[in-house]
Write a protein that binds this ligand. Structure first.
Ligand SMILES: [Zn+2]
Length: 488
């Protein structure tokens, strides 16, 4: 399908340039790069695919430093490490302050203590994990009857009488078939609304705690954590994710009769901690004031070691600069590597950057973020206008040989950390990745280094490096697609 689209574009472009020539105008400069840029991109491509730099950075971040939840000492160590590495590459590095939440996981346990057909003295253990930001139960936990719902509609139909005093389980299934067809992110977006908003919705009807079926596609009884968001006008109730298997168990037993769960969660929200975005500039030669961001987020959840989410993205962004430096290439615009802080539970780093740099955002030509793991890239996802797609076609031609030649235009932001920049009119890009296994491990204890293939990470580095270098050097980089409501 992608091949036919490229062919279609090719057929479309040929008559356009012929028409321009016949009318005595110079053919548009879109659709071709200078021979020098093409040569440089070819060199960069080869070097990126052979490089182990990103993988060694990822190994250090995950195995020597470990999980990097905002406010943790590992997050602080990671900031110092990445800053030091980028300095060593000869970049101009600075740390920009960000105040981040500091939430610490405690004891987390659950068991079904009463159910139909229960043998005397027997309980069923639940595998669960607190959602990020959750408040605690009493230290000894508490027991309550469970109410199982599939969605918000069912919750609201049951209403306060059925929900009050209960532990609500949102049992929305992650659409694994959708994920296996390559639409992992879309499947995630369908289910993640219960993790984010479920506890508040349940609390509004008097629920005493909230469980959500893990938002993920694994079948290994792994709970997936992630942020939940309490509304100011609702009680804050303890919230945890149970594994898909345990959600099934709870739902099956609830269908047979009254069921009680004992839940103990003892996380703590400590006071905010000072932290940093790491910002490192590879200065442009002829247009240094124009900035092109290449980025990933440095913080991670605490259960695994943050390899796919998002040590891989940070490592690939670092590698883009390292490769360009190692080949002695000189971007015309400034390539700014950013390791964002606090994507997972607050987006404080991204918001701080957009606010602190608001006056300069008109000089930001584009922002790239990789935050969907390190699966094989099939190309580039871009929030740009249609003419911009034509401008980038030669890059697609170069990346085609590593299977990453598809450039797909989308209608919204392509990364959480670059979304405030998108809102300010900065064009956004991310690698277009095979995400079929990403949500098996996302936000679980199994997000570890072994999930990243060195070859596939190198392929992602190639996309990031070549895209960054292209955007830093072509005369007119693509523009953000104007909002549909914008006038002429
Ligand atoms: Zn992430």
């Amino acid at each position: 399908m992608r091949t036919s689209r490229l062919l279609f574009l090719f057929l479309l472009l040929v008559p356009l340039s012929l028409q321009a020539a016949s009318q005595g105008r110079r053919p548009s400069s879109t659709g071709r790069f200078s021979p020098e840029l093409t040569r440089e991109l070819d060199r960069l491509h080869k070097a990126a695919l052979e490089s182990t730099y990103a993988y060694s950075q990822l190994a250090h971040l995950t195995e020597n430093i470990g999980p990097r939840l905002s406010g943790s000492s590992q997050a602080a160590a990671a900031v110092q490490y990445v800053a030091g590495e980028l300095k060593r590459l000869g970049l101009e590095v600075r740390l920009e302050p960000v105040s981040v939440p500091h939430w610490v996981r405690g004891i987390e346990s659950g068991e079904i203590v009463q159910f139909q057909g229960q043998a005397s003295g027997i309980t069923q253990k639940l595998v669960l994990t607190a959602l990020g930001g959750s408040v605690a139960t009493p230290l000894e936990g508490f027991s309550a009857e469970v109410a199982v719902v599939d969605d918000f509609d069912q919750l609201n139909r049951l209403g306060r009488t059925a929900i009050s005093g209960k532990i609500v389980l949102f049992n929305a299934k992650f659409d694994k078939q959708m994920a296996s067809q390559g639409l992992g992110l879309e499947a995630y977006e369908q289910s993640v609304v219960y993790r984010g908003g479920g506890p508040t919705q349940a609390a509004r009807l008097g629920a005493v705690a909230c469980l959500v079926r893990s938002v993920g596609s694994a079948d290994y009884r792994l709970p997936h954590t992630g942020s939940t968001f309490y509304a100011d006008d609702a009680p804050k109730i303890p919230a945890a994710a149970v594994t898909a298997e345990d959600a099934d168990l709870i739902a099956h037993l609830a269908a047979q009769g009254p069921e009680r769960i004992h839940l103990t969660l003892t996380p703590q929200t400590l006071s905010n901690e000072p932290s940093y975005n790491v910002i490192a500039d590879l200065k442009g030669t002829t247009r240094p004031d124009q900035v092109l961001i290449v980025s990933g987020h440095l913080d991670s959840w605490d259960l695994g070691t943050g390899a796919i989410d998002d040590g891989a993205g940070v490592s690939a962004a670092m590698a883009a600069a390292q490769l360009i430096r190692a080949l002695g290439l000189h971007p015309q615009r400034t390539i700014r590597v950013i390791a964002w802080m606090n994507e997972e539970n607050g987006l404080a780093g991204a918001r701080a950057y957009a606010a602190d740099h608001s006056a300069e955002l008109k000089n930001h030509v584009a922002a790239i973020e990789s935050d969907l793991g390190a699966g094989h890239p099939t190309g580039i996802l871009a929030h740009i206008d249609r003419p911009g797609l034509e401008v980038l076609q030669p890059l697609g031609e170069i990346l085609k040989s590593s299977g990453a030649g598809s450039i797909r235009v989308t209608d919204g932001p392509v990364g959480a950390d670059i979304s405030p920049l998108d809102a300010a009119g900065v064009a956004g890009f991310s690698p277009l990745q095979d995400s079929r296994t990403y949500f098996n491990y996302h936000h679980t204890a199994a997000d570890t280094l072994d999930k990243v293939s060195p070859r596939e990470l190198a392929e992602n580095c190639a996309v990031m490096a070549l895209l960054a270098y292209t955007l830093a050097n072509i005369p007119e980089p693509p523009q953000l697609k104007p909002a549909a409501t914008a006038g002429h």
